[in-house]
Write a protein that binds this ligand. Structure first.
Ligand code: ADP
Ligand code: MG
Length: 289
């Protein structure tokens, strides 16, 4: 008998080997081939219609399964990365940030730096698209098959402190070390406690030459000491992070402010001939009291 014990057990009482669809469905589920299961009748009809032979019928089914499996894996990697939003370069306007080297960014999106275990640091003032670029690079990495983890510096440090209190720091550190790409967003907005800075340093140190890290910061390197507290720690951290690194210079106008200023200007223009009051902010159009 070719039926496995498992198949026999899950067969409804009184079913015989004369119902191949039921057995086929069971086996395909067991083999984790959901697309073959979903498509085999439809594709069989198409192949019969077009006079396609059996090997090519099987090939079509297997190819469909492979395409779907790749899509499911990408989706799983995106979920595992915990991106706050899914953003890509398709929606990124490079002309809005002339300081950013577009060719370099598009080259980085091909993920060669991940294979070389190199890092990326995006520096610039608020609203210039640093998080957007980091998310788009993270998405590209997921699509290319790399595991990714995303966190803000503050939340990563909180996770580390929490893990330490709950005696599972080692496990979290191993997880953070294992991802191919770690994205640490917004280093600089929140000053870290000495322990927090030490734990963050350990993460970078453990990933050094083992995996890629992307860091975004609103602060130039010379100000990182104000976040990490100690000069010695900052030096050691920068030493590791910048050994193999691409720096993205992202200083410019805030995209957010520009968008809302543009919207407000459009609204203002629509309101007939209303003179701009003298006390309006020239950048945002907002009234300064
Ligand atoms: P930062 O992290 O540098 O503070 P963000 O990446 O959060 O800036 O950008 C703020 C908002 O503006 C986001 O919604 C982002 O998608 C959008 N944005 C910023 N720069 C661009 C750009 N060049 N093209 C398209 N959207 C942009
Ligand atoms: Mg940001």
């Amino acid at each position: 008998c070719i039926m496995t014990g498992l198949a026999k057990e899950s067969m409804p009482a009184g079913t015989t080997a004369g119902t191949p669809q039921i057995l086929l469905a069971h086996h395909l589920k067991h083999l984790k081939l959901p697309t073959v299961l979903r498509a085999y009748v439809k594709v069989a009809r198409e192949c019969a219609r077009d006079g396609v032979d059996h090997p090519r019928y099987l090939l079509r089914l297997v190819e469909l399964e492979l395409i779907d499996r790749e899509r499911r894996m990408v989706e799983r990697r995106i979920r595992a990365a915990r991106f706050p939003a899914v953003k890509s370069f398709d929606t990124f306007d490079f002309t809005a940030i002339p300081s950013l080297n577009k060719m370099l960014v598009l080259e980085l999106a091909r993920c060669g730096y991940i294979l070389r275990r190199e890092n990326i640091i995006a520096l610039g003032n608020s609203g210039t698209g640093k998080t957007h670029v980091a998310l788009a690079l993270g998405l590209a990495a997921c699509q290319k098959g790399f595991s990714v983890a995303f966190a803000t510096a503050a939340s990563l440090v909180n996770q580390l402190l929490e893990a330490r209190d709950e005696k599972r720091l080692l496990r979290l550190q191993r997880e953070l070390q294992a991802v191919k790409l770690l994205i640490v967003d917004e280093l600089g907005y929140v000053p870290l406690s000495p322990t927090g800075a030490e734990l963050l340093f350990e993460v970078f140190s453990q990933r050094y030459e083992r995996g890629s890290t992307i860091v975004t910061s609103n602060l130039p390197f010379e100000d990182w000491t104000s976040v990490l507290g100690s000069e010695r720690l900052t030096g050691a951290l920068l030493d590791r992070l910048t050994h193999h690194v691409s720096i993205l210079a992202m200083n410019g106008d805030s995209y957010r402010l520009r968008q809302s200023a543009g919207r407000r200007r459009a609204t203002a223009a629509a309101e007939q001939n209303q003179a701009t009051p003298d006390n309006a902010d020239p950048e945002t159009g907002e009234i300064i009291p």
